[in-house]
Design a protein around this ligand. Structure first.
Ligand code: XMP
Length: 500
């Protein structure tokens, strides 16, 4: 196992991801972790960080790690830490703030730089540089005045970032460190489920953990991972908002049958009441969010000795929630991210370092069915935000049926797995139509199917006309109250994927 000491760098998580891709076990730990906790480490990576090693109060690791004899790889800030600790000179070279792509000259193609070319493209992102290597350190690569790579024994410092794709041979560098320097073996399972369970068990101790489960991939995978570790100490709570899709509540109850302390709370009436008369999307989301917390808290109060709130938070949630809370402007409130703020319990987030595809792989290993693992995203506020404007029981019926038909036909036609997300929504207006000989005045349903790689942008899926025709005929024929079906061909931006 390689331990990554986190100095707050923006790429720390990526370092972890890259090692896992090489099938090497990793653990990201705080920079000031006690050196004794690293006794099982085959190697230690010191991550990048936003500060200068010369600044007062800049973060340092426990100094014993430098004399532990273990292989160390310092990246950017980590490299400067090594420079500083061993007596080299670290300075800000005026006017030489080095961001972006650079070509470095590799002087010695050995150690972590084994197999590289003489000139290598690498990614820089730093202010300080190691200008004089500490005594005993050999300079392995240079970029102008600054040292791009240096080494002494099994301690390596790199000024650049091998973990980003902009460093084309970065993977080779990490492979060299893991397999040659640390002598790690490739593992079958880089995110060791057993280890994750052990950690959870240790952390929770004699306390109980409550957990909100939504039926989505992340919370279900997290719950199944924790099931064996915590046993009866795990209390999964499913809040049925009444905004679930057709058949979903039953499915969730069925799936969680094996959890002794699973509880499903039917709060559909409370949720419907709280959104009655509301047509402003943010207010609707806020009300649902607050009600969710209220219902969850009520249910959790019945659990004795609670010390932890377990969550299926994954890496991208942390990035998104951080972004929505500070720098980027708030576009939509994701109610599922506001839960922990209100709770006084400690958090247990076993999937916090994993990317979505890794969560899926873990779910598969835990024996969860592929329909669950490969399902499209479904927002916490559920069908309430598939009803544009005021939510009424009748519109809920319409959207639930229409959405079910759409998804069923996409699955039958084998299109479901080819897209990022699809759903039906009901529009807040009525139009005239004719049914039999009668005039009708009813709601339109809109279908949306999108392709997206990163959620930030999306394109509509070019579904075959015949398939759209089939879906429309079924909705018009089978769902009373609908007399028109639209297909949304807006891209994001300027549209968003969901309507509210
Ligand atoms: P938008 O509509 O902003 O959606 O383009 C981007 C992605 O986020 C999902 N989404 C949510 N996910 N809680 C969630 O967990 C929410 O409240 C929420 N609202 C939107 C949406 O389905 C899409 O995948």
């Amino acid at each position: 196992m390689i331990f990554i000491l986190d100095f707050g760098g923006q790429y720390t998580h990526l370092i972890g991801r890259r090692f896992r891709d090489l099938k090497v076990g990793v653990q990201i730990v705080p920079h000031d972790v006690k050196p004794e906790k690293l006794s099982s480490a085959k190697g230690i990576v010191l991550s990048g960080g936003p500060t200068s090693v010369n600044a007062p109060n800049s973060p340092f690791p426990g100094m014993k790690i430098f004399s532990s004899g273990k292989p160390i790889l310092g990246l950017c800030y980590g490299h400067q830490l090594i420079g500083k600790h061993f007596g080299g000179k670290v300075e800000r070279i005026e006017g030489a703030k080095e961001y972006g792509e650079k070509t470095v000259t590799v002087l010695k193609r050995e150690g972590v730089l084994e197999g590289l070319e003489e000139k290598e493209k690498v990614w820089y992102s730093h202010g300080d540089s190691v200008v004089t290597a500490p005594e005993g350190f050999e300079v392995l690569a240079k970029s102008g005045e600054s040292i791009a790579a240096m080494a002494k024994g099994n301690i390596y410092g790199l000024q650049f970032h091998p973990e980003v794709h902009h460093t084309p041979h970065g993977k080779r560098v990490l492979e060299n460190f893991a397999f040659e320097i640390c002598e790690e073996k490739k593992q079958k399972d880089p995110f060791d489920a057993e280890l994750m369970r052990e950690e959870a068990k240790l952390k929770v101790g004699s306390k109980n953990a409550v957990m909100g489960v939504s039926g989505g991939v992340d919370s279900t995978v997290a719950a199944f991972l924790l099931k064996d570790a915590l046993g009866e100490k795990l209390f999964p709570i499913f809040v049925d908002t009444g905004f679930m899709r057709k058949g979903e509540t039953e499915e969730i109850k069925q799936r969680f049958k094996g959890f002794r302390n699973f509880r499903a709370v039917d709060a559909s009436k409370r949720f419907l009441d709280v959104v009655a008369g509301i047509d402003e999307p943010e207010l609707k989301r806020k009300r649902i969010g607050h009600m969710f917390i209220e219902v969850f808290e009520d249910a959790a109060k019945e659990v004795p000795n609670v010390g932890f709130l377990a969550q299926g938070t994954i890496f991208s949630d942390r990035v998104e929630s951080a972004a929505t809370s500070s720098v980027s402007s708030k576009i939509k409130s994701h109610h599922n991210l506001t839960l922990p703020e209100k709770m006084k319990w400690a958090l247990l987030e076993p999937l916090a370092e994993l990317y979505k595809d890794e969560v899926r792989a873990l779910g598969k290993k835990l024996g969860l069915p592929s329909e669950l693992i490969n399902r499209h995203p479904f927002p916490g506020p559920g069908l309430a935000i598939n009803i544009i404007g005021e939510v009424t029981p009748d519109k809920l019926r319409i959207v639930r049926e229409a959405d079910y038909i759409f998804i069923e036909e996409l699955k039958k036609a084998k299109w479901y797995g080819k897209m990022f997300e699809a759903f039906a929504a009901v529009l807040p207006c009525r139009t005239v139509g004719v049914k039999g000989d009668e005039r009708s005045y009813e709601f339109p349903v809109v279908l949306r199917a999108v392709e997206s790689k990163d959620v930030m942008t999306a394109d509509w899926v070019r579904l075959p006309h015949d398939l759209l025709q089939k879906v429309a005929s079924r909705i018009l024929g089978e769902v009373p109250g609908v007399n028109r079906v639209f297909y949304d061909i807006s891209q994001k931006p300027p549209a968003t994927i969901r309507y509210e």
